[in-house]
Ligand binder design. Structure first.
Ligand code: ZN
Length: 432
């Protein structure tokens, strides 16, 4: 923890409706003073950063990350994943439970916190799994894991196909308040699929997954949330139908929140032809009409948050071809410039709306004490140059894996420096 003084920046704190040029002071790792709130401090020992022309936002939160530790340390570790997060402007990440072993007991939640305390560059908030070992036939001790610090529950990677178990999980959510984060793909409709079902899958002769595979589970889970009063969070929305179902659910007063990932509003399934396995993920890249619906959902608030679904895999794993390669792409280091290039610059979201979707809104969904620049809050700050043009350079990545379809892309609007509890994080190595 240290002191820091950021001057001349455009202070942007959506939770407090602040958007004004000024200064921000962090003392002992906490926000101590923000432009306009009383008498300015006189920093003597603080690190001073001039943020003239830059946006000074709360430290960004990525609510959907696969850190792969324990069990898959050849792909990523808590150390390398959070280093990549820090480079990407994130000060907090929430990590999924599909590790080996699966994070399905209170002790394993505590182990994630222990490893993070030792090795992580950002704050780490673990999810526990909904079902034991992600098998889908028996609920975990969610009550115990919640007490141990789980911020929500997810079988991400797979869908809990047993509707009665989902009902029971959402019933406990209604009692205790945590979110149930759902990966929505009907397994039978999705069997063998390696991409979206459509023109491109037919052309390539690959098995595709229909939009209905996602829409059916989103519809079911919204009904179960409505029935139980639980908090449903739909992960990585990829279809126009899911957006509309979530919109209708919200209108009926169902406690449903949702997130979308950059690849689902930037790329279509045509990308599979160009990029092969770096365009293979679940749910898959869809079509332009799905992209249009997701952007409209982000714009009107149907989709609450932006998350990456950072899913690192080694080059050897991704080289196995479309039929055998694992699903997913890295996302932590490219999220901010994709948000600014594809959502803010075209006018779909204001800067403040975009920041809210990566700060205060995910913090509220997870119930974590982050995502604002309120006096007394954690001194987590992300500074963004909305005009900076840069190329995605995977050789400078701090993730262990570089499975991104965005390598070499020129993007406009980048994170420039990041503080966690007043300390600079996410400094890139000069080269590798
Ligand atoms: Zn998923």
């Amino acid at each position: 923890m240290s002191d820091a003084f950021i001057t001349n920046g455009r202070i942007m704190d959506p939770a407090n409706n602040i958007d004004e040029v000024g200064a921000l002071f962090i003392a002992n790792g906490r926000i101590a003073w923000v432009n306009g709130s009383g008498k300015p401090p006189e920093p003597q020992t603080a690190d001073v950063y001039n943020a003239a022309g830059l946006v000074v936002a709360p430290g960004l939160i990525d609510m959907h990350v696969h850190l792969r530790e324990p069990g898959f340390e050849h792909k990523e570790t808590i150390a390398t994943g959070t280093a990549a997060a820090a480079v990407g402007g994130f000060t907090s990440v929430a990590c999924m439970a599909n590790t080996l072993p699966v994070i399905d007991t209170p002790e394993k939640i505590e182990q994630i916190y222990d490893i993070a305390n030792e090795t992580a560059e950002t704050s780490v908030f673990p999810f526990g799994s909904i079902t034991k070992n992600l098998v889908g036939d028996e609920l975990t001790d969610m009550r115990g894991m919640y007490s141990a610090g789980a911020v929500g529950f997810s079988d991400d990677g797979v869908t809990v196909m047993n509707s009665a178990l989902m009902r029971d999980a959402l019933t406990l959510s209604a009692e205790l308040g945590f979110p149930i984060m759902v990966h929505c793909e009907e397994h039978n409709l999705n069997a063998g699929a390696v991409m979206n079902l459509g023109e491109t899958s037919r052309k390539l002769g690959l098995i595709g997954s229909p939009n209905a595979a996602e829409d059916i589970i989103v519809a079911r889970d919204i009904m179960l949330a409505e029935m139980t009063g639980g908090h449903l969070h739909v992960l990585h929305v990829s279809t126009a139908g899911a957006v509309e179902l979530i919109r209708q659910g919200k209108h009926r007063g169902v406690h449903v929140t949702a997130e979308a990932c950059p690849h689902h509003w930037v790329l279509t399934d045509k990308e599979v032809e160009k990029q092969g396995t770096n365009a293979r993920m679940h749910p898959p890249l869809r079509t332009q009409s799905d992209i249009d619906a997701i952007i409209e959902g982000l714009r009107d608030g149907t989709i609450d948050a932006i998350a990456t679904d950072h899913a690192p895999h080694t080059p050897q794993e991704k080289a196995q071809g479309m039929l055998d390669a694992p699903n997913g792409i890295t996302g932590l280091e490219t999220c901010v410039p994709l948000v600014f290039t594809y959502l803010v610059r075209p006018g779909h979201l204001t800067v403040s709306e975009a920041i809210a979707k990566m700060t205060s809104i995910p913090a509220n969904i997870l119930g974590i004490d982050r995502g604002t620049l309120s006096v007394g809050a954690a001194g987590d700050v992300t500074v963004i140059d909305t005009d900076l043009v840069n190329q995605v350079d995977v050789t400078k990545s701090r993730s262990k894996s570089q499975n991104t379809p965005f390598a070499g892309w020129e993007l406009n609007g980048w994170q420039t420096f990041t503080l966690r509890e007043g300390n600079r994080i996410g400094v890139r190595p000069r080269s590798r």
